[in-house]
Ligand binder design. Sequence first.
Ligand code: DC
Length: 228
Amino acid sequence: MKHINIAIDGPSGAGKSTAAKAVAAKLGIIYLDTGAMYRAVAYYALAHGVDPLDGKAVEGILDDIEMNIVYRDGTQEILVCGENVTPYLREAHMSKAASDISAHPAVRLKLVELQRKFARENDVVLDGRDIGTYVLPDASCKIFLTADTAERAKRRWLELAEKGNKQSQEEVRADIEKRDYNDSHRAFAPLKQADDAVLVDTTDMTIEQVVARVVELAEKSANKETEL
Ligand code: DC
């Protein structure tokens, strides 16, 4: 039986993970945060003194990274070589390291293989940058979430400030702009809206409205799948 695969792509701060979690809960399916997988590779590289920009050195450690994704109380945890690295992945410096490391084709190929296997075996909503264009071009539902840069920077700044991060809104905006540029200009599977993805601009939407719209699109496509 073909599984439900919902792809939510877009730049950082557009509301992807909040929307994806809500869709997963509503449809009773799994949420896979693919960004966390790139962050976990970045964490391992930094912990082993490897510069995320150094493609050769990164390739040298890839075979040592045994990644497992588990769910505890419905929440995703990433184990790298048996260690639960999840608590370290959302730190601000890990965002840049993940973006840098994600540009290396060997890293992407390794993680994309895991993501495709996951989608073959489970009903899943995945969020990322290249899910609709590259990882799952046949996904049953593709959504591209975006919002203007100032709004995304404000959201990310609030999220970081809540965790005690002292960066100014301008610094957060500069980081986001740099990461958007990196992610959409890399040669291999860059951040891009798939031709058949539904665009949702969340700039003037509340998070509740974003969730409602994404759930509506996902349910519509899930119903279509079951009618086939
Ligand atoms: O979604 P996030 O902010 O946790 O992602 C961190 C970085 O990982 C992002 O800047 C680019 C990379 N990434 C990617 O290249 N492809 C994905 N499917 C998900 C994330």
